[in-house]
Design a protein. Structure first.
Lengths: 255, 412
């Protein structure tokens, strides 16, 4: 397993895309510090870039990567190697390389240009998002055989998590506004990992004071041990459940 | 003739000398109650020089015009019983004392220095620590309260009084005081034409400054920092607030400056930094907000639509999460020549004024005003999208809520 992971990771790392992606991230994040005169705003900006860019890039890249390595996997399957080993080494190599390429520039710009207070929450969100969207994309890639359809669905899912789901939240809140629904705002966001990461970060940034009653209720929830446990457990499940299904699909897949 | 004249001069001089106020020195070891004893023998306008040491004499009642000067901050300990100084005469001066531990009661407002119907006093350079109320003025006018340090006791909010409390006391000067950890730092009720300058009010449990029914007051160069609920001013007119600093009044029910039913007032050259809501206006009329700096606030201006005829001119809005919020469609206030950092227009004539108007309220703010729970969408991609849409095709935010002449560069 180690061997396969190593070779896969190295072949991905060699690609020009990865290097340039990391470089662009670094320039973008450091640029935000120079553009805005306030450090907090720059950090919020970086987090927004992360929330928008990471899911899309991770999903599209890993889906196309899985489709591309189809021939290589077929070759591996002729060897006496367990399918599980092949699947997990593929997943881990993809995720780890993406994580490396994203963490280093963002962490570097945060350490260089800020006091580093928000380094840990941002990197934590980055890790969660990378793992979650990597497993979602492997589920898509093994479920759908045609490359074009697979990538199309990936892009749609990305936009769904980014915007459409929030639109649905808006609609639900508007429809239910006659009821005391402050508590359920956070419940709704449990079904979208991007929202969950965003809210976690908002409460780290102490913007929650702006949020009035909803903010107070949410702060109580997130501040409590059970609340944060539920949130982190949900994020964990978002990474694990698609992965388990993807592994099942891969096991039964007819190459 | 010459003899008569010299006698006359002698008599005048003698009478002048006998008129000269006495100085009485008070030492902590002079009997049981040295200050009380000295007060008994003192005549009007005498001076008590109280030497350094600790005095615990219970309530000290000042019923005649008298000057008390502390040498090296003598400590007057209230021992948590009743009032420390009660002043009920005019022309009383208290300088250089350390007054601690006044009593606490639910029925009486015990203070370190309580003024009852006494005018023309001076209260300078005192250190007040751990008192229920600091300096309390009842119906007392033309007093000068200067350079005092007033630090409240460490108790819960309903057991802590106000730092400087004026009730029905006009024409007073409150200068250069430092107030900390009281309920309200400065509190004025029915107190007109008071000048409040250069004070610092910080870490108070409720408001840094709180006034009601206090017209024609001037607030100049004060700092209100990190107070539980910021500053609240209500039901007054012709108030001037200039060059004050409102910093870090942060919390779900904190305001930098809450203006409720204020009219004909001026808010000039103030600095609002890192407040949840920098200025919250409710029912305010004919007031002017000019040349203020709003930096890093949650909401810079939150103006209920029952405000009318207010002028918002030449202000700088920088790095606020929301620049402006209102609760209705009616906007009767005028915005002009402000600098908004979120303005993205252009300036073809190069006169420093943007050619397109700026709409300070974005769509997300509008939605949040109507459905507060939607604030879970704060800083989401969707909210950016909605704001962009509203900027291109304004339809949902109030029609005449627009700054027609936004400045291209910050106003200095």
């Amino acid at each position: 397993m180690m061997k396969i992971t190593k070779y896969l990771s190295l072949s991905i790392l060699k690609s020009r895309f990865m290097v340039s992606y990391g470089f662009i991230l670094f320039i973008l994040c450091s640029g935000l510090f120079f553009l805005s005169n306030d450090m907090d705003k720059a950090i919020i900006g970086i987090h927004n870039v992360l929330l928008i860019l990471v899911p899309l890039v991770v999903m599209i890249y890993s889906v196309s990567q899985i489709y591309q390595s189809n021939d290589f996997i077929r070759l591996l399957l002729t060897q006496p190697i367990k399918r599980k080993v092949i699947f997990y080494s593929q997943y881990i190599s993809n995720t780890l390389v993406l994580l490396l390429v994203q963490t280093i520039p963002i962490a570097l710009s945060l350490i260089l240009f800020s006091d580093g207070t928000y380094l840990f929450p941002i990197i934590l969100n980055l890790v969660f998002l990378t793992f979650i969207f990597s497993s979602i994309s492997s589920l898509i890639a093994y479920k759908i055989n045609e490359k074009v359809r697979g990538i199309g669905i990936t892009i749609f899912l990305g936009i769904y998590f980014l915007a459409i789901y929030d639109g649905l939240i808006l609609l639900i809140i508007q429809l239910m506004s006659d009821y005391p629904i402050e508590k359920y705002g956070i419940l709704l966001s449990l079904f979208n990992p991007i929202d969950l990461c965003r809210i976690l970060f908002i409460f780290k940034m102490d913007i929650s004071a702006l949020m009035g009653l909803t903010g107070a209720i949410m702060e109580k929830f997130i501040g409590s041990g059970l609340g944060s446990l539920i949130i982190y457990a949900t994020l964990f499940l978002w990474a694990v459940i698609p992965l388990v299904f993807a592994a099942k699909l891969f096991n039964k897949k007819d190459y | 003739m010459n003899k008569k004249l010299s006698l006359f001069f002698f008599l005048i001089c003698y009478s002048l000398f006998s008129l000269k106020a006495n100085q009485i020195r008070v030492f902590p070891k002079n009997g049981i109650n040295p200050i009380h004893a000295a007060l008994l023998i003192a005549k009007d306008y005498d001076t008590l020089l109280v030497q350094t040491g600790t005095y615990a004499e219970g309530n000290i009642l000042l019923e005649k015009p008298i000057t008390l000067i502390g040498i090296n901050y003598p400590c007057i300990d209230g021992k948590f019983k009743g009032e420390v100084f009660t002043v009920s005469a005019n022309y009383v001066t208290i300088i250089g004392f350390r007054i601690i531990n006044s009593g606490y009661s639910d029925l009486n407002d015990f203070a370190a220095i309580q003024l009852m119907n006494s005018d023309f006093g001076k209260f300078i350079n005192n250190k007040l620590e751990g008192n229920y109320f600091g300096i309390f003025l009842h119906n007392s006018h033309y007093n000068r309260i200067e350079k005092n340090t007033i630090i409240g006791p460490a108790r819960v909010q309903n057991k802590v009084g106000n730092g400087i409390h004026l009730w029905n006391s006009s024409h007073n000067l409150i200068l250069n005081n430092h107030i900390k950890k009281h309920r309200d730092g400065l509190y004025f009720e029915f107190s007109r034409q008071v000048l409040i300058a250069n004070n610092t009010s910080e870490e108070n449990l409720r408001y840094g400054l709180h006034f009601m029914f206090s017209d024609s007051d001037v607030y100049y160069m004060n700092s209100f920092i990190n107070n539980g609920a910021g500053v609240a001013v209500m039901y007054s007119h012709h108030v001037t607030m200039a060059k004050n600093k409102f910093i870090h009044n942060w919390g779900s029910s904190a305001y930098g400056l809450l203006l409720k039913d204020i009219r004909d007032s001026k808010v000039l050259n103030n600095e609002f930094t890192k407040n949840t809501v920098a200025i919250y206006m409710d029912g305010c009329s004919r007031s002017e907000l000019i040349k203020n700096n709003f930096n890093n606030n949650g909401y810079a201006l939150r103006m209920q639509s029952n405000c009318d005829d207010n002028l918002i001119r030449l202000n700088n809005f920088r790095a606020n999460t929301f620049d402006y919020a209102t609760n209705g469609f009616m906007v009767l206030n005028s915005f002009n020549y402000n600098y908004w950092d979120k303005y993205t227009g252009y300036d073809l004539e190069k006169d420093g004024i943007g050619d397109q108007g700026y709409r300070p309220m974005n769509l997300l703010t509008k939605i949040i005003e109507e459905y507060p729970t939607t604030i879970v969408l704060l800083q989401s991609f969707l909210s950016d999208l909605l704001n962009l849409l509203e900027k291109v095709l304004p339809s949902l935010t109030p029609e005449n809520l627009i700054d027609n002449n936004p400045m291209m560069n910050p106003i200095s």
